[in-house]
Design a protein around this ligand. Structure first.
Ligand SMILES: *Cc1c(COP(=O)(O)O)cnc(C)c1O
Length: 382
């Protein structure tokens, strides 16, 4: 039987094997494994690519979100408005700093947060809006920034699925006060483990993030604490309370290779999406996502009223479809304490019943895509 995975990380590695291997061995031979030249170079390259002044590398996308909120001084008693249709870490980061996630429903077609739902969720306690560019499609940032400006609050983009996504000619991560990225292996730019990045044009916020990711120690900690003795700061003196969330040198070295290869890989991914669109155009009962420019398709996510049957039938044919996300965050057990109930956020709940994602990665073959499309056609016309 055929076996078409949702994402083939091993195949992706093999397309760049010699360059990645060389990079990893270079780090191993250097004896410098934490906070060295590789991280510095990757931060600079990522900032340039994203179009921001600062990029601060951290241990994961989750940490990027949590550290950014902490650096903004958001904590207990504060509220952050976000989408319920996302990976758990989005709202988890808000809870992790002691603040309360407030969920606003999504648009039924883009599956991104609906700006018209944001405005009536803003209270005196709201400190930020955290839109997620879900599946690589930018949220309505004009509307979100306008709402935030009106209320005098911050915008933190969860751009974990959206490296390189464009909106009005600017890239995700440069569209709000800060952007947060994940380099988890399955993401569009993935490393060989965990990794993340914070992007911003705000000098003070960047400095605070740098201090927090490394125990608030040394010169960065002292400057973040606004001490005028910062130049003489000691590595073993801690000036603010932070955490340990650094990107490893090995991961930075891998990511430099991945980022350099990304424009080409993204082109292949977008070509694959175009082929899927042609092959799937006339299947009844399947709803394709909007075909707007700038989306980087972390996933190609379709909607169908008989999603569970379809996914199971694909699985029986050796095709791995994914379901992201089957439980909207306001209905997750961990957030029962927030008091939401079924029916509160209808579009997110409906999407959770209907979405499924097709196999998609830069090195997927046209043959594989034809097999997926043929299987879907057979299943849906059954
Ligand atoms: C992957 C992801 C995260 C978390 O990133 P990690 O690197 O796994 O911690 C957060 N938000 C979204 C939308 C994600 O897709």
């Amino acid at each position: 039987m055929q076996n078409i995975p949702l994402i083939d990380i091993e195949r992706e590695y093999k397309t760049q094997k010699s360059r990645i291997d060389t990079a990893v061995l270079r780090v191993l031979g250097s004896g410098r494994y934490v906070m060295g030249d590789e991280v510095k170079a990757f931060e600079e390259e990522f900032a340039r690519y994203t179009g921001v002044r600062h990029a601060v590398a951290v241990g994961s996308g989750t940490d990027a979100l949590t550290i950014t909120l902490a650096a903004m001084g958001i904590g207990a008693g504060d509220e952050v408005i976000t989408t319920p249709f996302t990976f758990f870490a989005t709202a988890e980061s808000i809870a992790a700093v002691g603040a309360t996630p407030v969920f606003a429903d999504v648009d039924a077609s883009t599956l991104n947060i609906d700006v018209s739902e944001i405005e009536n969720k803003i209270t005196g306690r709201t400190k930020a809006i955290m839109p997620v560019h879900i599946f690589g499609r930018c949220s309505d940032m004009n509307g979100i920034n306008a709402a935030a400006k009106n209320a005098g609050i911050k915008v933190v983009e969860d751009a974990c699925q959206a490296v390189g996504a464009e909106y009005n000619g600017k890239r995700a991560g440069s569209l709000g006060d800060a952007g947060c990225f994940s380099f988890f292996p399955t993401k569009n730019v993935g490393c060989a483990g965990d990794g993340g990045m914070i992007t911003t044009n705000d000098d003070e916020l960047a400095l605070m993030c740098r201090a927090i990711r490394n125990h608030g120690s040394g010169a960065e900690g002292a400057r973040a604490a606004k001490l005028d003795t910062a130049e003489n700061a000691d590595k073993y003196h801690n000036y603010i309370v932070g955490c340990n969330s650094r990107l490893d040198e090995i991961q930075a070295a891998v990511l430099k290779v991945k980022l350099e290869a990304y424009p080409k890989a993204l082109g292949s991914r977008l070509n694959a999406v175009r082929l899927y669109r042609r092959l799937l155009a006339d299947i009844k009962g399947i709803e394709l996502p909007p075909d707007d420019e700038g989306c980087v398709y972390h996933m190609l996510t379709l909607q169908s009223d008989k999603r569970d049957k379809t996914v199971e039938a694909l699985r029986l044919r050796g095709i791995a479809a994914g379901v992201y996300y089957s439980v909207p965050l306001h209905l997750q057990r961990a957030f029962h304490c927030l008091g939401y109930k079924q029916g509160d956020l209808k579009n997110a709940e409906r999407a959770a019943q209907r979405v499924f994602s097709l196999p998609l990665f830069a090195s997927i073959t046209a043959d594989e895509q034809h097999s997926v499309a043929a299987a879907l056609k057979e299943i849906e016309n059954d």
